[in-house]
Design a protein around this ligand. Structure first.
Ligand SMILES: NC(=O)c1ccc[n+]([C@@H]2O[C@H](COP(=O)([O-])OP(=O)(O)OC[C@H]3O[C@@H](n4cnc5c(N)ncnc54)[C@H](O)[C@@H]3O)[C@@H](O)[C@H]2O)c1
Length: 325
């Protein structure tokens, strides 16, 4: 297929663009910042540019990964989030319908499900069990609000025009350090998160490819993307006060392997993302999970989760370069 990939200069884009090409797709990248996989430099908020891109490249399908996201909150006004994340998404899906495309993929975020009470910690029944039916959805910041509005917009266009829509509510896959948790840091935190709220960027890219190919059978649906948690819902109560005991039941040697690496297991886990709908509906399951980390620790090999404390998103890099030149 001739695929328009937005956000092609970003962290996901640089994995997804080559993966699509390896699988026989002809990819046109669109991003506000130049990059190795970006042929069109411009904003999704520019409707004329989007329409031109569709026509000039004969696009059959759009994967809309470009966005202002959580780290951008401190840098951009709320209006910019509306322009890029809401108007940009609407521009793209309306252009897709006008071009007769039969599918549209939207990269959304699990972050939009994190209400103030979810963020505050475990609920009455223990760890929050987060699947696609989790409600009410009340995003706590402009990033989540605009991603939710964009989800609603693409569902509306699906209802009105029938275009198949896959909404991929993706968990964490960023390589840099967390901007809110300092301890444990780096690879240790990322490994812990694979238990319940993270996936590798390679798995995120693979999910987009699988959803693109399955889209006509999907119709319109939302999917959580995260590494498969080892836990069952019945573990939720115990996870909230003694996660280590639960982890020991699933991985008896985890504590020892962690101790040898100087790492710490989480004492408590407040929420668990459940990606099983994606497995059921389009056969995607993350290849890297917590067991993969333990295997690496056991074998003394590199962690399978990318960690790059120096990663800066392309927009920020470009702005910094502009300031210093
Ligand atoms: N990184 C994560 O952990 C994570 C988690 C959940 C969801 N997501 C979502 O995944 C997608 C990709 O994120 P990423 O981690 O690769 O981030 P990134 O910042 O590395 O990449 C995002 C890209 O979007 C581009 N972009 C920004 N505004 C644009 C515009 N107006 N027009 C065209 N392109 C624009 C940026 O230049 C950048 O290259 C985003 O939609 C993000 O919301 C990311």
């Amino acid at each position: 297929m001739r695929v328009l990939l937005t956000g092609s200069s970003g962290w996901l884009g640089r994995y997804l663009a080559p993966l699509l090409a390896q699988n026989g797709h002809d990819v046109t990248g669109l991003d506000v910042v130049p990059g190795a996989y970006t042929q069109i430099v411009g904003t999704v908020a520019d409707r004329a540019l989007v329409e031109r891109a569709m026509g000039e490249h004969g696009i059959d399908a759009i994967i809309h990964g470009g966005a202002l996201h959580k780290p951008d909150i401190v840098r951009y006004p709320r209006q910019a989030f509306i322009d890029v994340n809401v108007t940009g998404t609407l521009n793209l899906i309306e252009a897709a319908v006008a071009a007769g495309n039969d599918r549209f993929l939207f990269t959304s975020t699990t972050s939009l499900m994190v209400r103030a009470d979810v963020r505050a910690g475990a609920g009455d029944k223990g760890a929050w069990w987060m699947d696609e039916d989790f409600s009410p959805v009340e995003p706590r910041n402009i990033y989540g609000i605009t991603k939710l509005a964009a989800e609603q917009a693409v569902k509306l266009i699906h209802r009105e025009h029938g275009i198949n829509v896959a909404i991929l509510r993706t968990g964490r896959f960023f390589p840099e350090d967390d901007d809110t948790h300092a301890v444990p840091s780096g690879p240790n935190l990322k490994a812990n998160e694979l238990l319940h709220r993270r996936l590798t960027v390679e798995d995120a890219a693979a999910a987009h490819l699988a959803a693109l190919e399955a889209a006509p059978a999907i119709g319109c649906d939302s999917f959580i993307l995260s590494a498969p948690p080892p836990f069952a819902r019945a573990d939720a109560e115990e996870l909230a006060h003694d996660a280590r005991a639960v982890i020991a039941r699933y991985y008896p040697d985890a504590a020892e392997l962690y101790a040898a690496a100087g790492w710490t297991l989480p004492q408590t886990i407040d929420r668990v993302y459940d990606p099983s709908r994606a497995a059921r509906r389009f056969g995607w399951r993350a290849q890297t999970d917590f067991a993969s980390v333990l295997t690496a620790l056991r074998n003394g090999t590199a962690s399978p989760v990318a960690h790059d404390p120096d990663y800066t998103s392309p927009i920020v890099r470009q702005e910094r370069e502009a300031c210093t030149s």
